[in-house]
Every structure is written in C-alpha cells, then in structure tokens.
Design a protein around this ligand. Structure first.
Ligand code: TRP
Ligand code: ZN
Length: 463
C-alpha cells in the first residue's frame, strides 16, 4: 500500500520516472543475498528476521521423495521489494506471502520471493512455501557433506555449518535463530525424530505424522530430521521430556544405548557448573549410518554417528561434549562462524571436566597432554573455513578456557561461565563479547592472557 502512494507521488512530481520499476521501488530494495559471513558464502539472507518456522514435511523412503509446506513467520528489518530464502535443490510449487500468491524464482540454492507489495521495515509477514523433490546433501569435501542423507530405510538430515536448506526453505545462518514446529509424515512403522518436545503422533491412510516443537530460539544448523527403524525410549528428566533413540541395527544392550542412557545424569553434572539446562526437552539419537562420522549438538537432541560406540565400553565423553553444546553453541550461539571456538573450546573443556568427574583422566593431565601437542601457529579465533573443526578450535580453545580458569580461580571462572550463559541465553555472541564479559566479571584484565592462548604464535607459560 505505502509503495503505491509513494510511486504515485513521485510520478505526479515527474521526478523519478523509474522509481516504480526495477528493484528499487520507492525505497523498497531487495534483501541481501547472504548473511555476509565469509565462512559460508551464499548462506543466510538479509533484510528480515525469522521468528518461527512451521514445517510440515512428508518423506517416503520408497521413492526418496520429500514434499513439504514451510510457513515462515518473519519481520522485515528494512523496506523490502523482494527477499531470499536458502533452499538447495528441490522444486518450489507455490509461494504465498501473507496468503497472497507471490512471484518467485528458484535457482540452485536461493529462492527469490517478490511479494505483490513491498514490505515496510518492521512489518511482520508470513511466507508459505510448498515444495518437493528428491533431497540431496550439500557436497563439502573438506568439512563433510551436510544435509539430507537418504539411508534406504529412512533419512538423516544433519550437518554443520550448513544442512537445513536441503530439506526446507530457511534463512540458513546461526545469526537468525527461530522457534520451530516440525511435523514429519512417514509410512507407518517408521520412527521420525526431530528437535524439542514430542507433540504426539497420529496415523491415517498408512502414514504416521510425528510432531515436535522447539520453543527456544534455534539456529538452523541445529535442526535435524531422523527417520528410520529406531528403538525409542520416552521418559522424563527433571520434569521435562527425555527422548532417546538408538538405531535398531545397533545392539539393544551395546555401548551406544548405554551411553545415551546417561544423558540425564550428564546434563545434571553440566547444569551444576553452567547453570540451568536451557531447553524444554532432553534427548539423543544414535544412527547406524557410517557416513555420519560426527556427533552434532542438534538442539535438545544431539545426533551421534555409530563410530563413537564401537568399543566395548560406553563413551560418555562424546555425550558430555554434545550436551555441553546445549549451553555453548545452542543457547548462546555464534554470530559468525569465525568464533566457533566459543562452541567447541567450551564443549571440549566440558568433556575434560566430565572425564575427571567420571573417574577418567584428570583435567591437569589432559591439559599437559594437549599443551604438548598444540601447534601455536594456528589461531583459535578465525581459523579459516577449512580449520573450523581443527585442533586449534577444539583443543587449543579448551586450553584457553582452562588458562582463564587458572588465572581467575574456580569461583570467578564458574561465575563468568554462568553469567555469560545467562546474559546471552537464546541469543548470539562474539569473542569480543566474551572477553569483555570475563574482564568485567573478574574485575581485572584478562584480554592479554586470552589473546596469548587464543591467537599468539608462541606457547604461553603453562598455568
Ligand atoms: N560440531 C560437531 C561437534 O563438535 C562436529 C561437526 C563438525 C559435525 N562438522 C560436522 C557434525 C558435520 C555433524 C556434521 O560435536
Ligand atoms: Zn563440538
């Protein structure tokens, strides 16, 4: 509406003869084509902020087709003539903005939507996308393929830094967190797991719809979809639903099942140090597909690859790592990927704390060990895209956390962690935010110390 009046006025004044055509229509401009994060060119978009995704997807392992409707509720952060969503592959049938058909163009990874009227800054709007096709993972040679993997009897959608756009249209960058309702329809007999609180399931015509709801803001790479033959355990922990699942292909009484069975206990151990568990549900899923060579801290319900549980004893260190991410990474998320040590350094340190508590190696021994093998020429902050999951981020990052602890003492250290997590809960933060917060809480400078441990090119003295 406003755009029309603007244009009419402009025309009447015979000033801006092109103001009503092209991309820049009376101050309404296209939203940016990505989030501007050099680690993930093309990922994310500009000009709006998503509040909620309502996803309704259907998947059939028989023909490997996924069909879906995504209803995205967002707020324009600038006056938009058009905007983009990330959607890798798949075909878009229809797009509606606030219930009205909208023009759209979909190339390989970007869905460009031109609503009938421009969206003024501050306007809340809904985009409904109906889409479908055979989903494919995003090839990523150095970091591992991300996204939708068909498994024959089901599927696993998982990956970092990118995966969500392989199964739904999304503003695919951690700086735009949103809540989710996810409904997954699969043939009867299959399990369909996702994030958050289970909202029940219903069957009709040979298909079952499983519903999940994540009520805390979630970064898109933390969404997951796991479909297949699973042994599911549903219970409660600390008054909240706890849903764990182990692929039926793995032994019922093996190390995978024994490890995720300790989820509640490990979460409580971490809560005693980091502050209250940040989400409304607990859980974990162990998949059997060997292509999943990692675990990922998918929100409220991490997914573990089978490789972590091949020994004859349980592996609770990986559980501690992924659960620590619920605080560091999921509740408090990076604003840009160059700060990923804020996730991995703390999750790795939590592993060391848990191991010591659980009768394993002491933190002091682990620190001495990692210190001896650190390559100090590799920086922890801004490690480069290829270095996102390297030792400089995980191990050197955890050493920096320990150095801070030794410098300020246990009391202040855990006050810093709890205060930091409370302050940025459900949000995003940067390394500079952390250093500033630590200094204010400690009441003394720690910047030089953290600089030396995080990015200095020579080994700092062992604390
Ligand atoms: N963030 C994961 C962890 O530390 C590891 C990871 C890196 C990963 N890349 C991934 C997991 C891709 C799954 C897919 O726990
Ligand atoms: Zn991690």
């Amino acid at each position: 509406m406003r755009r029309v009046r603007w244009c009419a006025a402009a025309l009447a004044a015979a000033l801006l003869t092109t103001a009503c055509t092209g991309d820049d229509r009376g101050g309404f401009r296209p939203g940016a084509a990505d989030a501007g994060d050099p680690y993930v060119p093309g990922a994310g978009n500009g000009g709006y902020d998503v509040g909620h995704y309502a996803l309704d997807v259907r998947y059939d392992p028989g023909d490997d087709r996924l069909t879906g409707t995504a209803t995205v509720t967002a707020t324009a952060t600038e006056a938009l003539s058009r905007f983009q969503l990330d959607l890798a592959g798949l075909d878009v049938d229809r797009v509606r903005v606030d219930g009205e058909r909208a023009r759209h163009r979909h190339d390989d990874a970007e869905l460009v939507v031109t609503p009938r009227n421009g969206l003024p800054a501050g306007r809340r709007f809904t985009v409904e996308v109906t889409y479908g096709g055979v989903p494919k993972p995003l090839p990523n040679a150095e970091l591992g393929d991300g996204g939708f993997h068909a498994t024959g009897d089901g599927a696993i959608a998982l990956g970092q830094p990118e995966s969500a756009s392989t199964w739904y249209p999304v503003n695919d960058h951690p700086s735009d967190k949103a809540t989710y309702d996810i409904a997954i329809t699969v043939p009867d007999g299959l399990t369909a797991l996702s994030n958050g609180v289970p909202k029940g399931r219903t069957s009709a015509g040979g298909r079952t719809t499983w519903r999940w709801s994540e009520g805390s803001p979630m970064a898109s790479y933390l969404t997951t979809l796991v479909i297949g033959d699973y042994r599911v355990t549903t219970g409660t922990h600390a008054g909240r639903p706890l849903v764990t699942a182990v692929a039926s292909a793995l032994p019922a009484d093996g190390p995978a099942a024994a490890s995720v069975a300790r989820t509640g206990e490990v979460a409580d151990f971490l809560a005693a140090r980091f502050g209250p568990y940040p989400f409304d549900a607990y859980g974990g899923v162990v998949v059997a597909d060997e292509r999943i060579r990692y675990a990922l801290e998918t929100q409220s319900r991490p997914v573990y690859g089978p490789g972590f549980f091949t020994g004859d004893r349980p592996n609770t260190e990986v559980v501690a790592h992924e659960l620590a991410h619920q605080w560091f990474g999921d509740s408090v998320s990076v604003a840009r990927w160059s700060d990923i040590w804020l996730n991995e350094g703390f999750a790795t340190y939590a592993e060391w704390l848990w191991a010591e508590h659980d009768g394993g190696r002491t933190v002091a021994r682990t620190v001495a060990d990692r210190y001896a093998t650190t390559d100090w020429t590799r920086p922890t902050v801004d490690p480069g895209r290829a270095g996102m999951f390297g030792d400089a981020v995980y191990q050197r990052g955890a050493l920096a956390v320990h150095a801070l602890r030794r410098a300020v003492g246990d009391d202040t250290f855990f006050r810093i962690l709890r205060g930091w997590l409370a302050q940025h809960r459900d949000g995003n933060a940067t390394t500079a935010d952390f250093v500033g917060y630590a200094e204010r809480t400690a009441g003394r400078p720690v910047r030089a110390l953290l600089d030396a441990w995080l990015v200095g090119a020579t080994p700092p003295g062992l604390p």
